[in-house]
Design a protein around this ligand. Structure first.
Ligand code: GLA
Length: 346
C-alpha cells in the first residue's frame, strides 16, 4: 500500500450558541465550528518516534512511539494522541509534526479539542488507516483530555469540531450522541465574540469541581445523569448542588427554546435566551468572574440583545447577538458557522 509522506489536518475551534455544562450531564447543546482552529502538518520519519514543534510557542518535544509518557502543557496532547491511537490499534508511523493555531489557548473557543482533532486526523492520515466513525474519534479525543491532560471535560468541543457544517449550528443530544444540524439564519443580526482577557485551564479551574458536584447530585438522587432529574426532585438537594442542578435543567430547556426560536426566525427571543443562560451560569453554576461580567456588559452597552459566557468558564470569551444597526466594540470578532475538521490539500 502506498502511504502518504505528508498530511495536513485542520481542527476548528467552536462557539457554543447555548447549552453550557450540559454535555457531561446527558443534556443538550447547540454549538458550531468556527473558521479559527489548529493546523497540524505531519511529515513521515523513518525513526519510530514523534518530533513535535509548537510553532507559535517556539517549543519542541520528542518521544519514542513505543512509550509515550504524559507531560504538561501542549506536549500532553501530542503524547496523548499518539498513546490513544496506538491503544485503539492504529499502527502509527514516526512523524515530525508542526502545530500552528489561530484560536487563542484557554479562551473558551475550544483550542484543546481543535488540537486533539487536528493531531489525530494527521496521525491517522499518515498511517494510512481509514478514518474511524467520527463519534468514536470524538470519544478518543476526549480521552486524551481526560486521561493525559487531567481535564474531565465532556464531548461538546470534539463533536462540534468534527461535525461542524457551513451555515449551521449542531443540536447535540448527549444521551444518544445524535447530532442534528440547525440552520443559523441571522439576517442582519450578528454573532460576535469578545475576549474577557482572562485565561483558564480546565484541568486547574473550577471545571473539575463542577463536574464532581454534578456527580454527587446524581448520587444523592439515585440517578445516572442530572438531565434525568425533575425540577421538583432536585429541590431536595443541599446547596450548592441544587443550584448546579437548576442550571442544568433550565439550560436544557433553553437549548430547545433556542432551536424553536431560530426556526421561527425570532432573534429577539434568541437574544433573551442567551442572557438567561448567562444569568444561570453566573448565579446558579457560579463560573463567571468580574472580567467576564465586564465583557458581557460591554457587549450589551454596544447594543447586543443578548450576551453570555461560553465554554468552561472562569474567564475566556463571551458571545453576543447584535441587533442589525448595533456597532460591535472594535476588539470584538464576528463569528459564523464553518465546516468541520478536515484534511487540507498540500
Ligand atoms: C468546556 C468542555 C466541554 C463543556 C464546556 C461547558 O469547553 O471542554 O466539554 O463541558 O466546557 O459547556
Amino acid at each position: 500500500m502506498h502511504l502518504p509522506d505528508l498530511i495536513t489536518a485542520f481542527g476548528p475551534g467552536r462557539v457554543n450558541l447555548i447549552g453550557e455544562h450540559t454535555d457531561y450531564n446527558g443534556g443538550l447543546a447547540l454549538p458550531f465550528a468556527i473558521s479559527d482552529g489548529v493546523t497540524v502538518r505531519a511529515r513521515a520519519l523513518p525513526e519510530k518516534e514523534i518530533e513535535a514543534i509548537a510553532v507559535d510557542l517556539g517549543e519542541r518535544d520528542r518521544f519514542e512511539l513505543a512509550d509515550p509518557q504524559p507531560a504538561p502543557g501542549w506536549r500532553g496532547f501530542v503524547r496523548g494522541a499518539a498513546g490513544e491511537l496506538q491503544q485503539a490499534g492504529v499502527p502509527l508511523r514516526g512523524a515530525r509534526l508542526e502545530i500552528e493555531g489561530t484560536v487563542p489557548r484557554g479562551a473558551g473557543l475550544s483550542s484543546s479539542a481543535a488540537l486533539e482533532v487536528a493531531l489525530t486526523l494527521a496521525l491517522l492520515g499518515l498511517s494510512g488507516a481509514p478514518e474511524p466513525d467520527r463519534r468514536e474519534l470524538a470519544k478518543l479525543c476526549s480521552r486524551i483530555e481526560n486521561q493525559w491532560v487531567g481535564a474531565n471535560t465532556g464531548l461538546l468541543d470534539q463533536l462540534a469540531s468534527l461535525f461542524g457544517e457551513d451555515k449551521r449550528a449542531l443540536e447535540i443530544d448527549f444521551r444518544s450522541l445524535q447530532v442534528r444540524p440547525v440552520a443559523l439564519e441571522l439576517g442582519d443580526y450578528k454573532l460576535v465574540t469578545l475576549d474577557s482577557g482572562e485565561r483558564h485551564a480546565n484541568a486547574e479551574s473550577g471545571y473539575n469541581e463542577r463536574r464532581a458536584e454534578c456527580a454527587r447530585a446524581c448520587e444523592e438522587l439515585g440517578i445516572a445523569t442530572l438531565s434525568d432529574a425533575s425540577a421538583e426532585t432536585i429541590e431536595r438537594l443541599p446547596s450548592p448542588l441544587v443550584k448546579r442542578a437548576r442550571h442544568v435543567l433550565s439550560e436544557n430547556q433553553r437549548v430547545e427554546q433556542t432551536v424553536q426560536a431560530l426556526q421561527n426566525r425570532d432573534l429577539e427571543a434568541v437574544g433573551s435566551l442567551l442572557s438567561a443562560s448567562h444569568a444561570s451560569l453566573r448565579d446558579e453554576y457560579e463560573i463567571s468572574t468580574p472580567a467576564v461580567e465586564q465583557a458581557v456588559q460591554r457587549l450589551l452597552d454596544a447594543g447586543a440583545i443578548g450576551a453570555r459566557i461560553i465554554g468552561g468558564g472562569f474567564g475566556g470569551h463571551v458571545l453576543g447577538l447584535l441587533a442589525p444597526r448595533a456597532r460591535p466594540p472594535s476588539d470584538a470578532a464576528e463569528v459564523r458557522p464553518g465546516p468541520g475538521a478536515r484534511l487540507l490539500e498540500q
